[in-house]
Design a binder for this molecule. Structure first.
Ligand SMILES: Cc1cc2nc3c(=O)[nH]c(=O)nc-3n(C[C@H](O)[C@H](O)[C@H](O)COP(=O)(O)OP(=O)(O)OC[C@H]3O[C@@H](n4cnc5c(N)ncnc54)[C@H](O)[C@@H]3O)c2cc1C
Length: 369
């Protein structure tokens, strides 16, 4: 039976997928790009801090004006009690990159996907890609209500790796971590993000647009399972020195989420006529605050790689992309280990596990196919 055809299909409408779809349309305007997103950006999502370096990427994607119009909270400072009890305050006016932002994530993701649609990508919300089958010159993707053929696929499904088997990719988990997050309204702030290391793990909080606030505890899933219970979570919160006072008496909890937040990569980073991008390629520990920037950057690079693939430069595209992915991971992994080791001042299970480990060789993580 003949099925729908597209030059490129992007699976996932988060920042990585939206950036990829936008870039594909800019790079190859004559080509048909279809983006499938399982959800509708109506659900609350963690990942609120956008680093200032994102500005260049947002400009490159042509979304700087709608981004500014959304008036997200400007991040004035990051306050932390990490390596020691004393406070460390970093003000964004002293940063060469300027201030970052504290986002309404659903709104941010919508802005990007709307820009991709405006640039000519066909966006299908509420439409999950269920599996992928390799065919000559591309992939046949299975949807709930039919198939679509794609000349090349950008796989940007975030921390959902269900399609790994279809693409012949392996998930490598480098560290476990879970985020026990609660969102509040009537809890305004002054644009500061606060981070506090605790014996059980670490906490962060930031004020979000509309007087909302996020508060999260990050720990290992085997140590934190009790934190699903509101009583335990609020008891642990009450023991924090910097985070608990950020919630005024009138604050009202609006949502609770438990999300896996450890480091993971896929191997290979790209294969025959497919490229992984964003968290799906490399999911970072939220401590790095670089997930969204990585998603935007890798989405852009994946678009170039996918274009090269359909233009007959498959091997070159894969090799180059795998090299860039490998370098990005190497920089991250060494910085993260150092950062955790600096705060390992308790003899609890969480911090014992983060004492210095033998070096991870990034070259072993990604192989060219
Ligand atoms: C607790 C926590 C806090 C974080 N804090 C920060 C932070 O402060 N700053 C920061 O930069 N990063 C942060 N991150 C990371 C950041 O949220 C991610 O790096 C970022 O969302 C990755 O974007 P993405 O597009 O790769 O994936 P996602 O944003 O996860 O988007 C993937 C999309 O794919 C869709 N999808 C999945 N499967 C399918 C399918 N089969 N078919 C169609 N669609 C599908 C999903 O519905 C989803 O919308 C945090 C993460 C966690 C867990």
């Amino acid at each position: 039976m003949p099925c729908e055809q597209a030059d490129f299909v992007v699976i996932g409408g988060g920042p990585a997928g939206a950036a990829a779809a936008l870039m594909l349309r800019r790079h190859a305007p004559g080509r048909r790009v279809v983006l499938f997103e399982a959800g509708r950006h109506e659900l609350i999502k963690p990942g609120e801090m956008l680093a200032a370096v994102a500005q260049g990427l947002l400009r490159q994607l042509g979304v700087w004006t709608p981004f500014l119009a959304a008036a997200f909270v400007e991040n004035r400072a990051v306050v932390s009690a990490w390596a020691r009890e004393a406070l460390d305050e970093r003000y964004s006016i002293f940063s060469a990159h300027g201030a970052g932002w504290q986002l309404d994530r659903a709104r941010f993701d919508q802005i990007l996907v709307q820009a991709a649609a405006a640039a000519g990508a066909q966006v299908r919300l509420g439409c999950e890609v269920r599996s992928a089958v390799r065919e000559d010159q591309g992939w046949r993707l299975k949807l709930a209500d039919g198939d679509i053929f794609a000349g090349a696929v950008i796989w940007a499904t975030g921390r959902s790796w269900r399609l790994a088997r279809s693409f012949g990719a392996k998930l490598r988990v480098h560290g476990h971590l879970a985020a026990y997050t609660r969102f509040f309204d009537r809890a305004p702030g002054d644009g500061r993000m606060v981070i506090e290391a605790r014996p059980e793990g670490w906490w962060y909080s930031a004020d979000l647009p509309g007087g909302r606030r996020v508060v999260a505890c990050l720990t290992d899933p085997d140590l934190g399972s009790g934190l699903r219970d509101p009583e335990s979570w609020y008891r642990a919160l009450a023991a924090t020195r910097l985070i608990a006072p950020l919630l005024p008496p009138g604050a009202r909890e609006t949502a609770m989420l438990v999300k896996s937040a450890g480091t993971a990569t896929v191997d290979p980073a790209a294969g025959e006529r497919w490229v992984a991008a964003g968290d799906c390629l490399f999911a970072a520990d939220p401590l790095s605050s670089r997930g969204i920037v990585h998603a935007l950057r890798s989405g852009i690079l994946a678009a170039y790689a996918a274009s090269d693939m359909v233009d007959g430069r498959d091997d070159l595209a894969r090799t180059r992309y795998a090299m860039i992915a490998s370098q990005g991971f190497a920089d991250y992994a060494s910085a993260l280990d150092v950062h955790y080791a600096a705060a390992a001042r308790w003899d609890t299970a969480f911090w014992q596990r983060r004492r210095p480990q033998p070096e991870v060789r990034a070259a072993d993580l990604y192989h060219n196919t």
